[in-house]
Design a protein around this ligand. Structure first.
Ligand SMILES: *Cc1c(COP(=O)(O)O)cnc(C)c1O
Length: 376
């Protein structure tokens, strides 16, 4: 079965009780025992497992080519579970350019005290090899494309280096989605998603998910964290995520086409100093993205001449592009990352990050061009 078909069918079937084609939303917290005291449905209590979450987990496992998936209440809950669940409890290597929420998790919660974190620019495989071998390492956390510098990391090489050092390799695949990139096929020990983004696709749910391959040492610890620590995905969010998944392959195609056109239009603009997007031929990540992805994604950053002040002016003048955080929905969103992230940011002062939505790309280009007018 191809990915477009899996996205619609896996984990779901026509409801035998009613003939309903669309998966029913089950909200029951508890399930009936049979006369012998067992659970004939296989379900007992909503936190352990439930029909709606199981369907979402089965669909995600299939799309990523894994054997099981575990859905959490948010992407951050899924990340926390992976950090807590990796068996050795040792050092964790993270990218120097990564989703800012992980930096906050490390700086603002006990996670930063319980584990030693080492940031590395993983485009430099030698630097990664040194980091993995210089001290016992439990986990290598990979994010590609990265946030907000849209860097591409060689997943296959980074996973191999992690394994040489006895560490597990986990990939945050939120930005690429299984439509564009499948890390388990490249050697990753698990894939994590913020389903809040492209999986849901409509900016109206929050969930996270981790997909593991057969025999993964992470599966049982993650299952126990999900079940007993209890940060599980809500049934309604799983139902919305399943609804979103059905159009994920065609949405990603349209997202990518729009982003390519917008990136090319921005490159041609005199007030834009730089466009960070792997779909551009001279982007440092272009060749690698071509190898390990089937499309360049729809997240791009561009640096405006004139620094933070000019970037803020442009963001404020936009009429159609929405000035808001997050990504992966139908609406094109823009954000000045340096002011959101504060002093620890990797973002240049003039950088604006764009999540290209599903509007007609020319309408977005027109809006960007009018906002850039007369800057210099
Ligand atoms: C949004 C995001 C997360 C965190 O997910 P939440 O659902 O907001 O908790 C993690 N990684 C990446 C790349 C993200 O974009």
């Amino acid at each position: 079965m191809r990915i477009e078909t899996k996205a619609i069918h896996i984990g779901r079937s026509v409801d035998p009780a009613t003939g309903a084609v669309s998966l029913p939303l089950h909200t029951s917290t508890t399930f009936q025992r049979g006369a012998d005291g067992t659970f004939p449905s296989g379900f007992e209590y909503i936190r352990d497992a439930n029909p709606t979450r199981n369907a979402f987990e089965a669909a995600m496992a299939s799309l990523e080519g894994g054997s099981a998936a575990l859905a959490f209440s948010s992407g951050m809950a899924a990340i926390t579970a992976v950090f807590e669940g990796h068996a050795t409890g040792g050092r964790i290597i993270v990218p120097d350019d990564m989703y800012f929420g992980i930096r906050s998790l490390i700086d603002e919660t006990d996670i930063g005290k319980r584990f030693e974190f080492k940031p590395v620019d993983m485009r430099d495989l030698d630097a990664l090899r040194v980091a993995v071998t210089v001290a016992p390492t439990g986990l290598v956390w990979i994010e590609t494309p990265s946030n907000p510098l849209i860097r591409i990391v060689d997943i296959q090489a980074a996973c191999a280096i992690a394994h040489e050092g006895g560490a597990l390799a986990v990939v945050d695949n939120t930005w690429a989605t299984p439509v564009l990139q499948r890390p388990l096929e490249l050697g990753a020990d698990a894939v994590m998603h913020s389903a809040t983004k492209y999986i849901g696709g409509h900016s109206d749910l929050m969930a996270g998910v981790v997909v593991v391959p057969e025999g993964s040492p992470l599966e049982r610890p993650l299952r126990m964290i999900q079940r007993h620590k209890g940060s599980v995905a809500a049934a309604f969010d799983c139902w919305l995520a399943l609804r979103g998944l059905q159009t994920l392959p065609i949405r990603m195609r349209a997202h990518c086409q729009g982003a390519q056109k917008i990136a090319e239009a921005l490159v041609a603009h005199p007030d834009v100093e730089k466009v960070l997007f792997p779909g551009l031929h001279d982007d440092p990540g272009h060749g690698l993205a071509q190898q390990q992805m089937s499309g360049y994604g729809a997240m791009l950053s561009f640096v405006i001449r004139g620094g933070a002040e000019a970037a803020m002016v442009v963001a404020g003048r936009l009429k159609l592009v929405t000035r808001a955080t997050s990504l992966g929905g139908t609406h094109t969103l823009i954000e000045h990352r340096a002011s959101v992230e504060g002093p620890k940011t990797m973002a240049p002062a003039g950088l604006l990050r764009l999540s290209v939505g599903l509007e007609h790309p020319q309408d977005i280009i027109d809006d960007l061009i009018q906002a850039l007018k007369g800057l210099g």
